[in-house]
Design a protein around this ligand. Structure first.
Ligand code: SIN
Length: 313
């Protein structure tokens, strides 16, 4: 039988498997990160960190149902020093993506400076799209002038491979504007998409929302957001410079979902809600399912079909 290659290269960063965890899910503590290092995942993404540790929002702050999840975690994390120390203490056997999400532009600069001092970090994933921060005054991901300035300042001092985790956009013009800005900088990758912001899930028996922060509003993840993830990936694939890789995230629970993300242009994928439901065994299952599909289609690598989604004639 022909050997099937499901490794990935994110602008030169080699992943032994194109599947990894999404930041936020089971990647906050020492134990969770060790589990990921020992799993089949192709890389480890850490929980988006701030400069100081944060408790995050009040509980209950996460809820899941058969086809989706809602969260308003509020960036609970152990602070950047914890993640840098964890990486120093442990044997690193795969690429490490340090996710950072400062509460202000200045905090993000500080976090990126600190990340630049660690030799254990493969890349920085700059999360500009967390929808759950009560104290945040501005979302930079929707401020196209602001973001351009901000990235320009980052690349005055940043030497690490850097990618940006984006929110879902719903208009072609927003994706085009963002892509045209990103194309001006030496960005390594974008991660598309973070959760769909400001959703509500209702418990009909109780006639109430299911999470406490922000009166029940939170970011929606899971299978129901897959069409939006695919659309964002496909449009960014059209507009971005070809050396900027896309990491697909959103609605993956099977090998078929991964196939669809790659068909739209993703180079690698991240698993959020399904990882939360299933734990670290999810990576091996998805790997098997993806290989099964490639075998059936007689493809030997992801590049055989990456970005080749067809239109109807
Ligand atoms: C959170 O901690 O609120 C989730 C992180 C995110 O959506 O970026």
């Amino acid at each position: 039988m022909k050997k099937i290659d499901i490794t990935a290269s994110i602008n030169g960063i080699k992943l032994p498997l194109c599947i990894m965890n999404a930041s936020g899910v089971l990647c906050t503590t020492d134990q969770e990160l060790s589990n990921l290092l020992n799993s089949y995942s192709g890389g480890v993404v850490t929980k988006s960190c701030t400069y100081k540790p944060r408790e995050g929002n009040i509980s209950p702050r996460y809820f899941e149902w058969n086809i989706g999840s809602i969260n308003s975690m509020g960036l609970p994390n152990l602070g950047i020093n914890f993640y840098l120390n964890f990486l120093e203490k442990n044997k690193i056997n795969k690429p490490i993506f340090l996710s950072i999400s400062g509460l202000s532009t200045e905090e993000n600069y500080l976090l990126i400076q600190k990340a630049n001092q660690s030799s254990k970090i493969t890349a920085i994933e700059l999360n500009l799209s967390c929808p759950n921060i009560i104290e945040k005054k501005e979302m930079l991901d929707c401020n196209f002038d602001g973001i351009s300035n901000f990235i320009e300042n980052i690349f005055r001092f940043n030497k690490k491979p850097l990618g940006i985790k984006l929110p879902p956009y719903f208009h072609d013009i927003h994706i085009k504007n963002m892509a045209l800005i990103l194309n001006r900088f030496p960005i390594f990758f974008v991660t598309c998409i973070n959760s769909l912001p400001n959703g509500i899930f209702i418990d009909v028996n109780k006639e109430s929302v299911v999470i406490r922060p922000k009166k029940g509003f939170g970011g929606i993840g899971g299978s129901i957001i897959k069409p939006f993830a695919l659309a964002n990936i496909h449009k960014f694939y059209t507009y971005l410079r070809k050396d900027i890789s896309i990491i697909g995230c959103g609605g993956i629970s099977s090998g078929k979902d991964i196939f669809e993300h790659i068909l739209c242009g993703a180079t690698a994928v991240q698993i959020g809600t399904q990882f939360m439901k299933e734990g670290v065994s999810v990576f091996e299952r998805l790997k098997k399912e993806l290989i099964f599909i490639l075998e059936k289609k007689n493809y030997s690598s992801l590049n055989n079909f990456k970005g080749k989604l067809k239109n109807l004639q």
